[in-house]
Design a protein around this ligand. Sequence first.
Ligand code: ADP
Ligand code: ZN
Ligand code: ZN
Length: 677
Amino acid sequence: MNQNHLVAQIAIPRPLPSLLTYSLPDGQTLAPGIRTVVPLGKQQVVGMVIKTETWEEPTDNAFALKPITATLDQLPLPDTHLLELLQWATRYYHHPPGEVIFNALPVALRKPKPLSSRMQKLLLPAAQKPTAIAVPESVFPLTNEQEQCLLSIQQWNQHKKPYPVLLHGITGSGKTEIYLRLIAPLVTAGQQALVIVPEIGLTPQLLLRFRQFFGTLPLVCLHSGLSDGERLQAWLQARSGQARIIIGTRSAIFTPAPQLGLIVIDEEHDTSLKQQEGFRYHGRDLAIKRAQMLGIPIILGSATPALETLYNAQAGRFHYIRLNQRPGATLTPELQIQDTRPFELQAGLTPASLQAIRQTLARGEQAMVFLNRRGFAPALFCPACGWQASCKHCSVNMTWHARRNKLVCHHCGAEQATPAQCPTCHNPKLTTQGQGTERLELSLQSTFPEFQVVRIDRDTTSRKGELEDKLATVRGNEPLILVGTQMLAKGHDFPNLTLVVILDIDHSLLSTDYRALERLGQLLVQVAGRAGRAQKPGKVILQTSQPDNPLLHQLIGHGYTPFARQLLEDRKRWHFPPFGHQALIRASSTASMEKALQFLERVSQLLTGTDVSGVQRLGPIPAPVEKRANRYRAQLLLTSRQRARLHTALQHLLHAEGNIPGRSSVRWSVDVDPIDF
Ligand code: ADP
Ligand code: ZN
Ligand code: ZN
């Protein structure tokens, strides 16, 4: 091989710590972002060119480079900017580069196959349409508050390097309307806008409003219901600049968009923005990075901003603007705490809650009972000997589902027939404990036989069209009772819903997870936001056995912002995020908990023996759910006041991990900025 020979650094979809180097045929160069086929051991695999460079090694190097086998694309798929973002993400999340890059591509591009000729045509840049596209007509004039908000954001966005904007607007305050009007002038002028939403399936209304507002303007929607081919087509339409608006969930943040002019993250606090397995990135954080790299504006919208985001706004790193009113002079709902302790509950409800439901129905309005637990009962046990139905594969109880008469594990999905008698003492009278939405539905139906009870949770909406049907029933505005889980917390607009009763929040109030209260506050405000969306005042009842909890009073009495400030004060005291930084090392073993703990103990020792100062290690300890799907799980938390030190420690670990004894018998992973423990 000659000196000055060109080689390519190639990313392949395998958990390798670095890129691989292959030689290029003489005289050939390949642009970054082009896919190739390369040999790997005995296999031929897909690989993406990240860069080409001159081979500097001596010519008598015994180690000969293998040549690439074939080139798959004529033009790069991700552009240089997107590749830079992905490489940044590789370093930030300490995840193998090839996995990061291929995770960001549509599934159809992860195989060593060229594009079909139909798809290849989509690689060519879209012919610029004249700005002949009319700015969409708005259905109604903005309120004063919205107008001011829009003006401020537009002004901020004019900066050469605009700061992110936190749009903190109560539910129903018209945030979506602001997004539409920020996007309109931009896309009619030929730019593109990327809108990230938590779960499109749950909020079909948002997509509908975009389609109505923008009419014929090309819009693509990247959601989980698309086939691989449809997804690829949408992705390529965004890449060519043809699609002006791209709406999608978390992974849509990796969509190429050469004319990108604005990013919107709706419900920026939503935990579904964080990928919880494999490449554990946070969609919001990567979106902020992407906007920063491109020097374009980004809007983060929420009624209940994440503490990290509020803190960034407080610290002046983000612009901050509020929407405090609901258009059309609708009233914000009245919130009440109901102490459950003095009462015998019926269907889990206090007499006052039942009375409120009765009155709501009598007025011809709708009531919603919120309970964040599926199934009939979370525990089935034997009162004679104490036996409990637990999962064979996990360290958790199984939930009893009455209608299907099955025991189901909500952690691994395992199912089994309900035993007719206690497997230990043969007592035929097994009992249940606690309640889920299925039981709630049944008891409410027998209490209010003349009204319909509509249950919305994962069990009642798994078939195509079921959710839409149920939502349509509720929007029919007949008086009825709606029962459901957190699927109901997001984005729905039910004009005749005037009462919300929230059950079973004690668990979160008493949780030791420092994030539990933030989540609870967000959930309560979001669920409460479903009441009184139209012209009728709403009421929210919060049932709890902890009615004196000071933070709950803070939330109810003063609202989300003072509540969040208080939580931030607490976090500051303990150096929790955003005042300190965290990385969680998880390990699991099929053999025993001991094996997983031992491995993490070695990881911990490896970090002690180095000059990594300023990084604290907590653990290793068994994970909160110690066994899941037959794997024993343990974790080690690394924390530091300085992010850079945490990164140094992780680099050191990844460098040395090959030498850790017992490494091959465990699965392990790094989670930077974990949100789930
Ligand atoms: P958010 O996104 O903050 O929850 P939306 O944008 O969905 O709020 O608005 C809530 C409701 O108010 C929607 O039905 C929307 O059509 C309506 N709305 C928004 N802005 C206005 C306005 N200026 N005048 C009348 N109705 C409005
Ligand atoms: Zn028994
Ligand atoms: Zn299980």
